[in-house]
Design a protein around this ligand. Structure first.
Ligand code: UD1
Length: 420
C-alpha cells in the first residue's frame, strides 16, 4: 500500500495548474448515459474515482476512449445491461448518480445501494423520493435499488427535505428526458451542479435556475452529443491555498476560478493571507507569517465547504489563537483530529459537530493514517508544517481525489516522496 513521506518545515512556494473538478467530472460522465451519440469531455482529472466511473460506464456497455490529454469520449449507443453492481458502487458513492440517467433513457435501472461510509450514514432517500415523484416505481431488493417506469418519466414539483448535491444531480439528469416540466426546490447550489446543468444544456436540455435553490427543467424527447470541458476543481484549489498558508508560504494557482470559493478565500484573508485574484489565477502570500486562528462552520454552497473543513482545521492547529470548527453536513467528519493530535496538536472534539482547536507553535513528525479523502490532505498540511519526517499511511484515499499529489507538492518546493 502506498504511503507518503513528508519532511516538514519548508514554506510552500511556487506555481501550479489546477486540475478539472472531480465532483463535476463524475456526474458529467454519468450524464453521457442519457444519449446514444458520442460526448467528448475535456479537463477530466486523472484520479481513481474517475477510473471507477469509466469502469462503471464500460461495465454497462458504453464505449469509452481516453486520450493522452485525458479527453474522454463516451458513446452509450447500446448498453449491454442496466445494472450497476455492488463491487463498483461500494467503492464510490458517486456511482449512484447513474440511476437517474439510466431510468430516464431506458425506463429501468438497477443500482446497488452505496451503503454507509466512514464520514457518515449518507442515505439516498431524497434521490428515491425525487425519482418516485417523477413516476418511477422503486423497490429495494437484496441491497439493490430497482427502478422502472412505464413509458417516460413525468415532470413534477420536487422539494428536497435537505440540500443534497447527489440527489439534485440524479433528479436533474432524469428530468431532462421526462415528459413536461420539473421544478426542483431546495436544490443544491454548488458550482458542480451548474457545470452539470451547462453540460446537459450543451446536449440540448432545457434547464433554468441552476446555481439557485429552484431549478426548472423542461423535458425533451431526446438529447444529442456535444463537446464540453469540466470546470476547475475548487476543492483542490482551496486545499493548496490552505496548505501554502499553513506553511507561511506563497503560491500562484493557475486555471482555476476564484468565484467558486469565495467563502474559503474570505477565511484565508481573515487568517492573515494576502489573496489576489487575476482572471483564472489566484495568488496567496502569507509573507512568512503564522496564520491567525479563525472559526469556520461548514454549510451547503455558498457556505464554507465540508470538503475543506479538515484542511482548514489543520491550519488552525498551527495558528495563533483558539478557534471553533463546526461541521454541519456529515455526522462523523472529525476522524482526522486524532491523527493531527498525534503530531502534537491541541484539538478537543466537544461534540459530534464541534472541535475546539488551540493553535500550537509547532508540530512534531509521527506516523499517521489517512481515514478518508479530504481528511487525508489535512494530514499532509500538518506534516508540511511539522518538524521531522512524517509517514502518512493509506494514501489511496488521497489518490481518489488529488491528481499527482506528490508532483504538485514538489512543484511548490515540498519535500515529499511516495513509498510502497
Ligand atoms: C457531494 C460531494 C462530496 C461533498 C458533499 C457535500 C460528489 C461526488 N461528492 O456528496 O464531496 O462532501 O456533496 O457537499 O459530488 N443526505 C440524506 N439523504 C439523501 C442524500 C443526502 O440524508 O438522499 C444527507 C447526507 O447524508 C449528508 C447530506 O445530506 O449528510 C449532504 O449529502 P449530499 O449533498 O447528498 O452529498 P453527496 O452528493 O454524497
Amino acid at each position: 500500500m502506498d504511503k507518503l513521506l513528508i519532511t516538514g518545515g519548508r514554506c510552500l512556494s511556487g506555481s501550479l495548474r489546477i486540475s478539472g473538478a472531480k465532483n463535476s467530472a463524475l456526474p458529467i460522465l454519468a450524464a453521457t448515459l442519457l444519449i446514444d451519440e458520442p460526448a467528448i469531455i475535456g479537463n477530466i482529472p486523472h484520479l481513481h474515482d474517475v477510473t471507477t466511473m469509466i469502469e462503471l460506464l464500460g461495465c454497462l456497455g458504453a464505449q469509452v476512449v481516453v486520450d493522452e490529454k485525458m479527453r474522454v469520449e463516451v458513446t452509450a449507443a447500446h448498453l449491454g445491461q442496466l445494472k450497476a453492481p455492488y463491487e463498483l458502487v461500494k467503492t464510490m458513492r458517486a456511482s449512484f448518480v447513474v440511476l437517474g440517467p439510466l431510468l430516464a433513457r431506458f425506463g429501468a435501472a438497477e443500482v446497488s445501494l452505496p451503503g454507509g461510509c466512514a464520514i457518515g450514514a449518507r442515505p439516498v432517500d431524497q434521490h428515491l423520493k425525487g425519482l418516485e415523484a417523477l413516476g418511477a416505481e422503486i423497490e429495494v431488493v437484496d441491497g439493490y435499488v430497482r427502478a422502472k417506469v412505464d413509458g417516460r418519466l413525468r415532470g413534477a414539483d420536487i422539494a428536497f427535505d435537505l440540500v443534497t448535491v447527489g440527489g439534485t444531480e440524479n433528479i436533474l439528469m432524469a428530468a431532462c428526458l421526462a415528459e413536461g416540466t420539473t421544478r426542483i426546490s431546495n436544490a443544491a447550489r454548488e458550482p458542480e451542479i451548474v457545470d452539470l446543468a451547462n453540460f446537459l444544456s450543451a446536449m440540448g436540455a432545457r434547464i433554468s435556475g441552476q446555481g439557485t435553490s429552484v431549478i426548472e427543467v423542461e423535458g425533451v424527447q431526446r438529447l444529442h452529443g456535444c463537446e464540453y470541458s469540466v470546470m476547475p476543481d475548487r476543492v483542490e484549489t482551496g486545499t493548496y491555498l490552505i496548505a501554502a498558508a499553513a506553511t507561511g508560504g506563497r503560491v500562484k494557482l493557475q486555471q482555476t476560478d476564484a468565484s467558486t470559493l469565495e467563502a474559503v478565500l474570505e477565511k484565508l484573508r481573515a487568517a492573515g493571507a494576502d489573496v489576489r485574484v487575476d482572471g483564472a489565477v489566484i495568488e496567496l502570500d502569507m509573507h512568512g507569517r503564522r496564520p491567525k486562528a479563525v472559526d469556520i462552520e461548514t454549510a451547503p454552497y455558498p457556505g464554507f465547504p465540508t470538503d475543506m473543513q479538515a484542511q482548514y482545521l489543520a491550519m488552525n492547529a498551527v495558528a495563533i489563537g483558539e478557534s471553533r470548527v463546526t461541521e454541519t453536513i456529515f455526522e462523523n467528519r472529525f476522524m482526522h483530529v486524532q491523527e493531527i493530535n498525534r503530531l502534537g496538536a491541541d484539538i478537543d472534539i466537544q461534540s459530534a459537530s464541534t472541535a475546539i482547536v488551540r493553535g500550537v507553535d509547532s508540530l512534531k513528525a509521527a506516523p499517521v493514517m489517512a481515514t478518508d479523502l479530504r481528511a487525508s490532505f489535512s494530514l499532509v498540511v500538518a506534516a508540511l508544517v511539522a518538524e521531522g519526517t512524517t509517514l502518512i499511511d493509506r494514501i489511496y484515499h488521497i489518490d481518489r481525489g488529488y491528481e499527482t499529489i506528490e508532483e504538485k507538492l514538489q512543484l511548490l518546493g515540498a519535500d515529499v516522496q511516495r513509498v510502497r
